[in-house]
Design a binder for this molecule. Sequence first.
Ligand SMILES: Nc1nc2c(c(=O)[nH]1)N(C=O)[C@@H](CNc1ccc(C(=O)N[C@@H](CCC(=O)O)C(=O)O)cc1)CN2
Ligand SMILES: Nc1ncnc2c1ncn2[C@@H]1O[C@H](COP(=O)(O)OP(=O)(O)OP(=O)(O)O)[C@@H](O)[C@H]1O
Length: 181
Amino acid sequence: MRKEARLARMKFVASLETDTRLALEAQLADRLADLVDAAEIIAGYAAIGSEISPEVCLARAARKGRTIAYPTFTGDDEQFLFRAGDPVMPGPHQIRQPADDAPLVKPDLVLVPLVACGNGGARLGQGKGHYDRVLARLVDDGARLVGIGWKVQRLERDLPSEPWDVPLHAFCSPRGIEFFD
Ligand SMILES: Nc1nc2c(c(=O)[nH]1)N(C=O)[C@@H](CNc1ccc(C(=O)N[C@@H](CCC(=O)O)C(=O)O)cc1)CN2
Ligand SMILES: Nc1ncnc2c1ncn2[C@@H]1O[C@H](COP(=O)(O)OP(=O)(O)OP(=O)(O)O)[C@@H](O)[C@H]1O
């Protein structure tokens, strides 16, 4: 399922002109504006491959005085921490991350990357459980989890769920936001 969903995402992105892709990412930022306004510390990610980039959204949030954070890995640790600041260093999987001494923060809004989103906010990720390890505690502390992706990543079906999976509160694409709670 992961393989199929990655392929569908890749095909969709390959069909886009660069300008269209950027316009869609700006639309994504529009769709997320209310949630961003209500948040203080927003976690995003440095996009790779065919992932939708939250960069426009994060740049607007920063201009409005919000703190922006990114997943940061240290050494061989499988558990990442959110650090505030620009993603200036290469981390694992060619993903940029803030410097090792950037401040640790606890986001109240997490823009979550995903391969696919199923009914009820079920999330299919990269398959390493990296987000599963950190999201549960943030939710307990009141954070909102918003999966972001292209519309094709929203699969209108039930995905198999594992005990450690943490459901998303919402899924947002350039076409709109869907709340599950
Ligand atoms: N942009 C981004 N950052 C992220 C994640 C993510 O999904 N996307 N993560 C989510 O947990 C964590 C990193 N975990 C990852 C685990 C595995 C792979 C991985 O297997 N990548 C494939 C390429 C897949 C693709 O192009 O989509 C590879 O390296 O072959 C990537 C990230 C934290 N940061
Ligand atoms: N809280 C956790 N602590 C330790 N290991 C975990 C935890 N959550 C998940 N894992 C491990 O991670 C593996 C992958 O989980 P899963 O397929 O759900 O990842 P994913 O959500 O698709 O990926 P990712 O979060 O990296 O994007 C599982 O085999 C599981 O053993």
